[in-house]
Design a protein around this ligand. Structure first.
Ligand code: ZN
Length: 297
């Protein structure tokens, strides 16, 4: 399940050998009517109903849009889902209701895992996954596996500092990549109501929209350049709703890489669009739920 501020998306996956198969997908509007309590109840109902129709399940994975404690299975901070999320034992409640192991994962890490196993990242030994939308998320594949750090927070691509005294970010820092390249920052820079209309305006020759998209792509490129300098990943996969801007963002992103990275040959690094679309987060959560527990701490 992929818990979002607007929708809960879910998929059912059957794993046979090394090729997981998607059996079903669906989504419902997130029920935040009673804050975090109604959301967790909704997750349990969705899992129970789909288990009755398509199960029995052997595991459940839940992707969450924020930070969580991977050992306790509790949420820590989810600014875009209504409710009081500090310390909510989501994994334990789902486990108790379903009677199978349940694990949490950050939604952008879930996207990265799914694209690596089944999408545009297939075959990459190392990969940076980037999700562009309401926020700017990220995930890292290193040595062929998802790297989560000691507490599940590794790969927070959007919270690296790009402008030292830039605008304040929700995370507490200033000038994070996220505040410069998330959807509402792009539309503000382009002077358009939506990202889609910003792209249309830029294609029609609107100078302000062209500059807004170029700037966002360049900021993203600076962020990817920093990642290249540190980790020299061999593939970068860009997804999320804003990635529909395609080359309008990826062109300036690649130009920035060529302008800034000299320690490795960036012409050998593939910067590509994601392949799995809207279900990537749910697919990755399911794969994570079925995987071997990572060692933390
Ligand atoms: Zn931040």
């Amino acid at each position: 399940m992929d818990l979002g501020g607007t929708y809960v998306k879910w998929v059912v996956i059957e794993e046979e050998g090394s090729s997981p198969r998607v059996l079903a997908t669906d989504r419902v509007s997130t029920d935040t009517s009673r804050g975090e309590r109604s959301v967790v109840e909704q997750l349990i109902h969705l899992a129970r109903d789909s288990s009755r129709d398509l199960g029995p399940f052997v595991s459940v994975g839940v992707g969450v849009p924020g930070l969580y404690d991977p050992v306790a299975g509790t949420t820590r901070f989810m600014p875009n889902v209504r409710g009081k999320w500090a310390g909510v034992p989501v994994a334990a409640q789902v486990e108790e209701a379903l009677g199978v192991p349940a694990r949490l994962i950050n939604d952008a890490r879930a996207f990265t895992l799914a694209e690596h196993r089944l999408g545009a990242g297939r075959g990459a030994n190392s990969m940076l996954g980037i999700t562009l939308g309401t926020g700017v998320g990220g995930g890292l594949i290193l040595g062929g596996g998802l790297y989560q750090g000691h507490d599940g927070t590794a790969g927070e691509f959007g919270h690296q500092t790009i402008l030292p005294e830039g605008p304040a970010c929700n995370c507490g820092n200033r000038g994070c990549l996220e505040v410069l390249a998330r959807a509402d920052a792009i539309v503000a820079a382009c002077g358009q109501p939506t990202v889609e209309e910003s792209v249309q305006a830029a294609r029609a020759g609107d100078r302000r929209a062209q500059q807004g998209l170029t700037d966002a792509g360049s900021y993203l490129g600076i962020g990817v350049s920093n990642v290249m300098a540190l980790l020299s990943v061999d593939r970068v996969v860009v997804g999320g709703g804003v990635a529909a801007a395609g080359e309008m963002l990826l062109g300036p992103l690649r130009a920035e890489l060529e302008r800034r990275v000299f320690i490795t040959d960036v012409s050998l690094v593939d910067v590509v669009c994601a392949e799995l679309g809207t279900w990537a987060g749910a697919i990755g959560a399911a794969l994570h739920g079925a995987g071997a527990p990572p060692a933390f701490g």
